[in-house]
Design a protein. Structure first.
Length: 351
């Protein structure tokens, strides 16, 4: 039985993480919650029957010694809190984004090596039966080669959404919809297509009073030759999350919003059969995380899988701000033009 601590008791903790823990109550038990807001912490503990509460992370880690920490805090806290948990001997399952830069990712990876503990990021869309089935078909070549891909996260967030102080700022959110919203669909796309080679992009602040972008678009070439178009928007009144994979022998599509079931997938080939209807949910990923930890293995999605997604987003911003195509191997801290994006997604530049 894993002793679990939940850090941050805002919306995502109650809406997604506690139901996931309930789904796996035979293997994981929440023993503590952490939040500096005493009233919110008290209400959260009462609603979810969590025995202890703490105002700060370090005190909780020393007192409770959890094996697994669910981080549900604002993005600018993630990297530091992940490292604190790893050094205290806990594995971490962190809400997206795992960190706000490649430099922060490398600091987390170094701490993993030092401590022997693992950090994984919430990327639940990888774990539904439809996504697993498509990955298997692509790996086996059953539907032919991937050729043309669309990856759209066209969502809507009204102006008041950005009244939360950390939203819409480079220092605290790390970016706009590219970083905080479209990351899920892009991560799912990467899990199907593998390594990317080149990205060209644009970002814009078209309507919201924010520091970051509210729209981004990109063109991506993958190592397997496939080419993808990506749109990330917070200005789209008819919201949709959409993926389309055109392979040599079939077209596969996924239309949903924040989560999917088998019925949200379609395929032009009779070979499509995802089998058991498993949603792309926090509960599905938590099951895989617990499986891995029980076997002493790295849980998904961490390590190189987590790096690939952070790296693609870094490349997208670098391409957009410089107006140049970016190749994956150019994203090094000492690159004369793109090195500035290693430490900050916007490279210290402004829109």
């Amino acid at each position: 039985m894993f002793r679990v601590a939940v850090v941050g008791t805002g919306g995502i903790a109650g809406i997604c993480h506690l139901p996931a823990l309930t789904e796996h109550a035979d293997r994981a038990r929440p023993v503590a919650a952490v939040d500096p807001d005493a009233a919110r912490l008290s209400a959260f503990r009462a609603e979810h029957s969590i025995p202890t509460g703490y105002a700060d992370l370090t005190t909780m880690l020393k007192a409770e010694r959890p094996e697994l920490v669910h981080l549900c805090t604002p993005p600018f806290l993630h990297a530091e809190q992940v490292i604190t948990c790893l050094r205290a001997g806990a594995h971490v399952w962190c809400e997206k984004p795992l960190c706000l830069s490649m430099a922060e990712y490398e600091a987390i990876a170094a701490t993993e090596r030092e401590t022997g503990r693992y950090a994984a990021v919430v990327s639940q869309h990888r774990f539904g039966s439809g996504a697993r089935h498509l990955r298997d078909l692509v790996e086996r070549g059953t539907l032919g080669r991937p050729l043309v891909v669309r990856c759209d996260t066209t969502w809507y967030r009204p102006p008041e959404y950005f009244e939360v102080p950390w939203r819409g700022r480079w220092e605290t959110e790390g970016g706009g919809p590219t970083m905080g919203h479209g990351i899920h669909q892009m991560d799912l796309m990467l899990s199907i297509l593998g390594e990317w080679e080149e990205v060209r992009a644009m970002v814009g602040r078209l309507d919201r009073d924010v520091e970051t972008e509210d729209v981004s678009t990109a063109l991506i070439r993958f190592a397997n030759g496939a080419m993808a178009t990506v749109v990330n928007s917070l200005l789209s009144p008819r919201e949709e999350s959409y993926l389309r994979f055109d392979l040599t022998d079939a077209t596969v599509e996924l239309r949903h919003l924040y989560g999917y079931r088998n019925a949200d997938w379609s395929c032009s080939s009779p070979l499509w059969d995802p089998g058991e209807d498993v949603s792309g949910s926090h509960g599905s990923q938590l099951g895989a995380v617990l499986d891995a930890l029980e076997h002493g293995e790295r849980p998904p999605v961490g390590g190189e899988d987590a790096r690939r997604t952070v790296e693609l987003i870094t490349g997208l911003y670098a391409a957009a701000f410089t107006g140049r195509p970016v190749r994956r191997e150019e994203l090094t801290p000492d690159h004369p033009e793109f090195g500035r994006f290693h430490a900050r997604m916007n490279g210290g530049m402004t829109l």
